[in-house]
Design a protein around this ligand. Structure first.
Ligand code: S3P
Length: 442
């Protein structure tokens, strides 16, 4: 099977209703929490992508039984700190920063040594952002200069911590929250706002948590050592996966799309807010609340020429996985100069996405100026491509691959895009859905 695809035709107008894959953040979080609950949890519509399947493989290696039945997974938890690994066990988080960082936080009380490894991309990513607070809880941790492999050895002498999270990273915040489950007394986290699925799950599971908003921060207090019961959960659609189709529709002619049953939690819809600030009209319909999460259908139409934006950096965290797509819109649908600031975290992802986004925009002829972690994109809504474009993707970043497909299907030109297997980490059905919408992909 070739590892690349060819696209040399724009997608024809479409008017369709689709459903995207389930939310990855919630899939991983519910699996990890089920592994710590007392009894048998039932989670339906789990995203069956590599990152999530790796979460299941890891909890199994750590002694937790699970079974797939029809469209749900049963996970048999033994309660808090219920892992039972053999000594010097190796676990592999594959490509997933979220899984790698969160699983460490559940091992701070496990006295056997566990070694965490990952793929080439994950092995380039910093782990000190979570090992730092986890060491404060009491865990012994060794790493290869803050990179993988990380070896963790937990202890029964855990203490609660006070921690300040300044990056707006939900992974760091969640690692502290999950570790706090095993700490006696109160853990306090002052965290720059980021996706809040973990806090909502804690509330739903009646784990003692208080969240007090304070400007750009949340003050979180968790009371540890409280067992919680097994639960049922049905994972809604993923806004990050939906975003490729939202932007595909905006950049296509005479098209309309309804995306059903998507998690539109406030802390995840930075892309919608930013695009609407540029004068898009993306609408939510059939809104409902499910276990604290906001769910809705998203309605989007082809867009006219959009306005430039001076994007408030406070929206970065809620759009962190969608910024590549937002830059594509700013470059190809906006008349004028858009500004995005404080983008440092974007270079800490599966690949250095800020560097790659700039290269990509320049490759298709869009002017971009960079000053440290700030960029200005000179939009050209008249852009029409007819050259040949090759997207190499040296760290096989799934979001770079999918963003390139959206560009190829809407801007013209003849494209060879490498590393199609990368979509298996987050959105294995991506190419199938595109083809069902009429995209010609070879
Ligand atoms: C995630 C948080 C984000 C995001 C990642 C998933 C999560 O990372 O990029 O894809 O599920 O918590 P950071 O929290 O490090 O920004």
């Amino acid at each position: 099977m070739p590892k690349h695809i060819f696209i040399d035709k724009k997608i024809s107008p479409f008017n369709r209703i689709i459903q995207v894959s389930s939310d990855k953040s919630l899939s991983i979080r519910t699996i990890l929490l089920a592994s710590q609950a007392v009894g048998i949890s039932k989670i339906s519509n789990i995203l069956e992508s590599e990152d999530v399947l790796n979460a299941l493989k890891i909890i199994k290696k750590l002694g937790i039984y699970y079974k797939k039945k029809n469209n749900f997974y049963e996970i048999h938890g033994f309660g808090l700190n219920g892992f039972n690994p053999k000594n010097n066990l190796t676990i592999n988080a594959g490509n997933s920063g979220t899984l790698g960082r969160l699983i460490l936080s559940l091992l701070i009380k496990t006295e056997k040594k566990v070694k965490l490894i990952g793929d080439k991309s994950l092995s380039k990513r910093d782990f000190s952002r979570v090992t730092k607070p986890l060491k404060l809880f009491g865990a012994k941790i060794k790493s290869n200069k803050n990179l993988l492999p990380v070896i963790i050895q937990g202890t029964s002498f855990i203490r609660p911590i006070n921690y300040v999270e300044l990056l707006g990273s939900a992974q760091i915040k969640t690692a502290c929250c999950l570790a706090a489950l095993n700490a006696p007394g109160k853990t306090q986290i002052r965290a720059k706002k980021s996706r809040n699925h973990t806090e909502l799950l804690f509330k739903y599971l009646k784990i003692p948590i208080k969240v007090k908003p304070s400007g750009e921060f949340d003050l979180i207090e968790i009371e540890g050592l409280k067992q919680f019961n097994a639960f049922k959960y049905s994972i809604p659609g993923d806004i990050s996966s939906s975003s490729f189709f939202i932007v595909l529709t905006l950049l296509s002619k005479n098209s309309k799309l309804i995306i059903k049953n998507v998690n539109v939690n406030e802390s995840r819809i930075g892309i919608i807010k930013i695009l609407n600030m540029m004068n898009c009209k993306i609408i939510f319909k059939n809104k409902k609340i499910y276990k604290g999460e906001k769910i809705a259908d998203i309605i989007v139409k082809s867009s006219k020429i959009l306005n430039p934006i001076n994007c408030p950096a406070s929206l970065n965290s809620s759009a962190i996985d969608e910024l590549l797509l937002i830059f594509l819109v700013a470059g190809t649908k906006v008349k004028g100069i858009s500004k995005f600031n404080q983008l440092g975290e974007l270079n800490k992802k599966e690949s250095p996405r800020l560097n790659i986004a700039i290269k990509f925009l320049k490759m298709i002829g869009i002017k971009v100026l960079r000053n440290k972690d700030n960029i200005k994109i000179y939009g050209n809504p008249k852009i029409e491509l007819n050259g040949k474009y090759k997207m190499k993707n040296f760290l096989k970043d799934h979001r770079i691959f999918m963003m390139s497909c959206v560009a190829a299907l809407t801007l013209g030109g003849s494209w060879k895009i490498n590393d199609k297997d990368s979509i298996n980490t987050s959105f294995p059905k991506f190419l199938n859905i595109l083809r069902n919408l009429g995209a010609k992909i070879n």
